[in-house]
Design a protein around this ligand. Structure first.
Ligand SMILES: NC(=O)c1ccc[n+]([C@@H]2O[C@H](COP(=O)([O-])OP(=O)(O)OC[C@H]3O[C@@H](n4cnc5c(N)ncnc54)[C@H](OP(=O)(O)O)[C@@H]3O)[C@@H](O)[C@H]2O)c1
Length: 310
């Protein structure tokens, strides 16, 4: 078993940050960014072949024993919990597993944080809303999930805030960026792969989303942690656009053929889980705290191009 990473910055021992879900898109970005400020340990899911990107700890989030063992080993001062069962249709097919990971997991972690006196930032989703509004959702809007994924994440949020009222719960939306693991895709890399292999891409024209650059969100989460903020926050990119327009922007940014994008109404495609028609989030509360907005899809795609060329 690899040892937790210890950070030493010019002879000063740094505070220990545990990133649960470090093999995922968002978690891997947090590890990278936070390593300048914290001694970072990260976890991967042992049920999946782990990539040895960081010296990661195996953790099954739904297992109380696993979580307790890890907390005794790492003894973190702070935890950012990004791990989740994120495949929305798989959650619908396997509600027990979804609830174990997305609802029980955060409760187990919150209890461990309380016992160890560690701060907690937990990541949740725009899919806690039903999508019937036509203006950006605020933290004060009442969540009403329409999928197993959304309801399991909402139960996880509630468990965190009732166990640790001084935790921060951050809802975000449609994450994109370069994935740490070959073969894993997010919305943007999936569209890119299709366009680059000259395949048609069918995209919903009736789903409004706020795409969020994972690298940028990672920085914001570390900011929220460092500010010691508590309670519920919405943090996502500033756009509120449909998937077809997002696809067009991806094609433009990478010089690919827009004619391959095929708009479709969501009711024409039967998927196991329902998606909200409108799930844009209002991030103004977090913007005040952080003193900045997250970057737009345009800027995030430009950054992805730069990173690819580096
Ligand atoms: N992706 C989006 O568009 C989106 C939108 C809104 C909110 N969010 C939220 O943002 C957070 C991060 O999302 P992401 O896109 O970075 O997710 P991701 O790339 O799918 O990563 C999920 C992470 O969770 C780990 N994991 C899954 N099941 C686990 C288990 N049973 N025990 C321990 N670890 C487990 C995965 O490990 P392995 O990789 O080893 O399996 C991976 O490290 C999640 O909480 C998600 O709900 C995501």
């Amino acid at each position: 078993m690899p040892q937790p990473v210890k950070g030493n910055c010019g002879g000063i021992w740094l505070k220990k940050l545990l990133v649960i879900g470090a093999s995922g898109l968002l978690g891997s970005k947090i590890v990278r960014i936070a390593s300048e400020k914290f001694a970072v340990s990260g976890t991967y899911n042992p049920q999946v072949d782990g990539e040895d990107l960081w010296r990661l700890e195996a953790l099954d989030l739904g297992s109380k024993d696993d979580v307790e063992r890890l907390f005794f080993k790492v003894d973190p001062n702070a935890v950012i919990l990004t791990a989740a069962m994120t495949n929305v249709d798989a959650c619908e097919r396997e509600p027990l597993v979804a609830n174990r990971v997305n609802a029980s997991g955060p409760m187990i972690v919150a209890r461990a944080c309380r016992e160890h006196g560690a701060r907690l930032v937990h990541v949740s989703t725009d899919y806690v809303f039903d999508g019937t509004k036509s203006r950006k959702y605020k933290e004060t809007d009442v969540p009403r999930p329409i999928s197993v994924y959304g309801s399991s994440k909402l139960t996880g949020e509630k468990a965190v805030l009732s166990t640790m009222p001084d935790a921060a719960v951050v809802r975000t939306a449609v994450l994109y960026g370069w994935n740490p693991i070959e073969g894993k895709d997010n919305f943007v890399t999936w569209v890119l792969k299709k366009l680059r292999s000259n395949e048609k891409v069918t995209l919903f024209d009736d789903q409004h989303i706020s795409p969020t650059f994972a690298d940028d969100l990672a920085d914001a989460l570390v900011g929220i942690l460092q500010q010691g903020a508590s309670g519920l926050f919405h943090v996502c990119g500033p756009d509120c656009i449909n998937r077809v327009d997002s696809g067009m922007m991806i094609a433009d940014a990478f010089g690919l053929d827009k004619n391959l994008i095929v708009p479709v109404r969501s009711e024409a495609v039967r998927l196991p889980a329902r998606r909200p028609a409108y799930s844009c989030l209002d991030s103004s509360k977090a913007e005040k705290l952080l003193g900045r907005k997250l970057i737009s899809l345009d800027a995030g795609l430009a950054r992805m191009r730069e990173l690819e060329d580096e």
